[in-house]
Design a protein around this ligand. Structure first.
Ligand code: ZN
Ligand code: ZN
Ligand code: FE
Length: 756
């Protein structure tokens, strides 16, 4: 008995080798019919025995190619035709339909790496080898539908051998749009800092390897932009890179050749190893092995190191030549966006480097490396969701009725677009206060709308009127929705867990504009996607000097010590730390000085009072170092220091005053700083969990969502989660969406989608 069925497959199924997979599977099962792309995904018409058709359905779901993400397979019966038609792949361009989802950029697959290392292969040591299972996607696409003509490979004409692979449905390179070989594709060049060619092709690679081995600083063109590279074992080389890049303390990422080398540098959990070697290839932060062979200056004073494995064939070849770990940090000067265009790279990076290893395959859109952190308990948390993750869609808890654009916040900017049940967030854009990043923001919006096929009917922005993203949104001729910053944080956590709320949300972060016009950052909210109500917060404290209070944690130390211990103790601290202390103290009493409930600023204050850091050179540095110094102390080694609770109207106020007083007392008594830090974390974590549980119960809720940049702190998160569980609460924490402001655009989109 013969049947014919139409199978509709949705998800990320275009540009990932799905049609050849269907072809091979159908032929193997003895089915006839066709497969084609259309605007909603892939459509299969297949005819044959019912068991074979059932098996085809199963394999479409379960055995899809590595890059495909199948959301649904729906089958409908058709009349059997009984034709001897064979099985064929229908050209998508004939169907004239746009792709639904562009794949992420993917690290080299094992098949391509085998060819790269095989002297008999025509792509032996060819730095641009790729196939439908791997290679560049998001960073080279200029328009949809995704085919070669709409990528930066359009200027390269495939040779006969490449063309026949590209056209053969049974070949691994069938419709691999960036397909190339040494005869027809891009090539390497090594340039001096003025742009003069020093060497080409294999010679360029050899010469670059020699320079790196000699401790020189090189710019290396990667997938989403240029890296600055230096031998990570060279103390002088790493110091020189810091000087040239004007980067004082912020840690550098290190690329190593393989997992064994990674294990020799860091202690890796199975989850960390899995993340490190996944095709997304993020930078993974993991505990560093003491005395392991990279310069201390790579991550000064930190117990963790950011590692990544090679993700392009060029990286593999280079690492093999150098045979040492390489610092691979964003190709930029301090906070600028990463350089990705060749002429711009030459202008901006030329003065910083001894040579540039580049090539002639253009990068259309910049895309920084993603960053994930290995946490205790085998979890991995994404801190920066960029290359390898963007533009993969996430599901919205409630579908959007109108197509929308969410413009995010200001720092760690990302933007997102939503249509129907999915939201697509951009790569990491950076801090919008810098003009080049703002330009990159505008370009990212354009690109994202284009490749996701979204025509925004609504724009969503932060409540803060001074964010450049807010101003941009209000200048668009579209209806707009303003979303409170911490509501967006909690919504981003809900979106990740496909939870529509309500929950008790704890949003601890730096600063965000509150619904009452003050600066929030230590909030307890009853929230769902439709709205929120503030039910508690940390005790407010003056923020003396606005942005300067962020850059100079000693100002928060002064503010908190006065609040907790009185003017005399604050004076004693101020006089010891900075000659401007009296002026800053006076500033605290001025009516124009804002106050804040920020948890991030509380960490700054404690780090400053402990003498760890009074001025920062990168965001959250003081808080990161406060957590880092307690790394060797077991969680239960120190009883938590106390906090007080009070009420203000209907709101619960959690007061860290007694906690700060105890920190100062322990410091003065000579208690080792790591133990004081542990006592601070334990006290704040326990009190936060207790307050959240009490507030949740009062509302009849059993779930608490933790979000905001402060929950990048693994120690605090672990303590809060453990105590919430002890209180019988379910805790939602971030893994796939960043807890910091990089997740805000996703939260905004989830909230606006829920607007009815
Ligand atoms: Zn491949
Ligand atoms: Zn070729
Ligand atoms: Fe925030």
């Amino acid at each position: 008995m013969t049947e014919r069925r139409r199978l509709r497959v949705t998800g990320t199924v275009q540009g990932v080798g799905f049609r050849p997979f269907v072809y091979r599977t159908a032929v193997e099962l003895g089915l006839v019919g066709s497969v084609a792309n259309d605007s909603e995904g892939v459509v299969v018409e297949a005819e044959g025995g019912p068991e074979q058709l059932d098996e085809l359905c199963r394999r479409l779901r379960d055995d899809a190619p590595p890059l495909a993400r199948v959301e649904s397979v729906e089958a409908a019966a058709l009349p059997a035709l009984g034709l001897a038609e064979g099985f064929r792949i229908v050209d998508s361009r004939a169907a004239g339909a746009p792709a639904v989802a562009v794949s992420v950029d993917v690290a080299s697959c094992p098949d391509c790496l085998a060819e790269l290392g095989d002297p008999a292969d025509r792509r032996f040591e060819y730095p641009f080898v790729n196939c439908t299972n791997c290679g560049p996607r998001y960073t080279i696409i200029t328009a949809i539908p995704y085919d070669r003509g709409s990528t930066t490979m359009s200027g390269f004409t495939m040779c006969t051998a490449c063309r026949s692979e590209y056209e053969d449905p049974a070949d691994r390179r069938f419709h691999a749009e960036p397909n190339a070989c040494p005869a027809c594709g891009p090539h390497l060049r090594l340039l001096d800092p003025t742009g003069a060619v020093l060497a080409e092709r294999g010679d360029a690679l050899d010469a670059a390897g020699e320079q790196l081995r000699a401790g020189r600083v090189l710019a290396v063109k990667g997938l989403g932009g240029y890296h600055l590279a230096v031998d990570a074992t060279s103390v002088a080389g790493v110091a020189e890179l810091r000087r040239r890049k004007a980067r004082d303390d912020k840690p550098f990422a290190v690329m190593v050749a393989d997992l064994d080398t990674a294990r020799s540098l860091c202690r890796l959990s199975p989850a960390a190893e899995e993340a490190l070697s996944s095709p997304r290839r993020p930078i993974v932060l993991a505990p560093r092995r003491h005395g392991a062979g990279v310069s201390e200056a790579v991550a000064p004073g930190l117990p963790e190191l950011g590692l990544m494995l090679p993700y392009t064939p060029l990286h593999d070849l280079l690492l093999a030549r150098v045979a040492r770990p390489l610092v691979m940090t964003s190709g930029n000067l301090s906070d600028e966006p990463i350089a990705h265009q060749d002429t711009d790279a030459l202008v901006r990076l030329g003065p910083m480097v001894d040579a540039m290893l580049t090539h002639d395959r253009d990068i259309h859109i910049r895309c920084d490396d993603s960053v994930a952190r290995a946490l205790p308990g085998g979890r991995v948390q994404v801190l920066r969701r960029s290359r390898g993750y963007s533009p993969e869609p996430l599901a919205l808890p409630l579908p959007a009725r109108r197509q929308l654009l969410a413009v995010g916040a200001e720092l760690k900017s990302t933007v997102a677009v939503a249509k129907g049940a999915s939201v697509v967030a951009s790569h990491h854009i950076g801090d919008l206060e810098h003009l080049p990043a703002y330009r990159s923001f505008v370009q990212a919006i354009d690109h994202l709308c284009h490749i996701a096929g979204v025509h925004p009917e609504l724009v969503v922005h932060d409540l803060h009127p001074e964010y450049l993203s807010t101003k941009f949104a209000l200048d668009l001729d579209l209806p707009d929705v303003a979303v409170q910053h911490h509501h967006a944080h909690i919504a981003s956590c809900l979106a990740e867990h496909a939870h529509a709320g309500p929950v008790l949300g704890v949003a601890f972060d730096g600063l965000g504009m509150g619904a009452d016009g003050t600066l929030w950052g230590g909030e307890f909210l009853v929230a769902d996607l439709a709205g929120f109500r503030r039910v508690g917060h940390l005790r407010p404290v003056p923020l003396p000097g606005g942005n300067r209070a962020i850059r100079e944690p000693w100002r928060m130390g002064l503010a908190w010590s006065r609040l907790a211990l009185g003017a005399a103790e604050a004076e004693r601290y101020g006089a010891a730390v900075d000659e401007r202390w009296a002026a800053v103290m006076a500033l605290m009493d001025r009516p124009e000085t804002p106050s804040t409930t920020s948890a991030g600023r509380l960490f700054d204050a404690v780090a400053a009072l402990l003498g760890l850091r009074s001025r920062v050179t990168y965001e959250a540095q003081a808080a990161i170092e406060l957590e880092a110094c307690a790394a060797g102390v077991p969680l239960d080694a120190v009883a938590g220091y106390p906090l007080a609770t009070a009420t203000s109207g209907d709101l619960l106020v959690l007061d860290p005053g007694p906690l700060v007083a105890r920190v100062v007392a322990e410091r003065d008594a000579g208690t080792p700083v790591p133990l004081v830090s542990a006592g601070f974390h334990a006290g704040l974590g326990r009190a936060t969990a207790a307050a959240a549980a009490e507030l949740a119960r009062a509302e009849g809720l059993d779930t608490v969502a933790l979000s905001g940049g402060v929950f990048q702190n693994a120690r605090l998160t672990e303590i809060v989660v453990a105590h919430l569980r002890g209180e019988g609460m379910r805790a939602l924490v971030h893994e796939r969406v960043p807890p910091n402001d990089g997740g805000i655009s996703i939260g905004q989109a989830a909230i606006a989608a829920a607007h009815r």
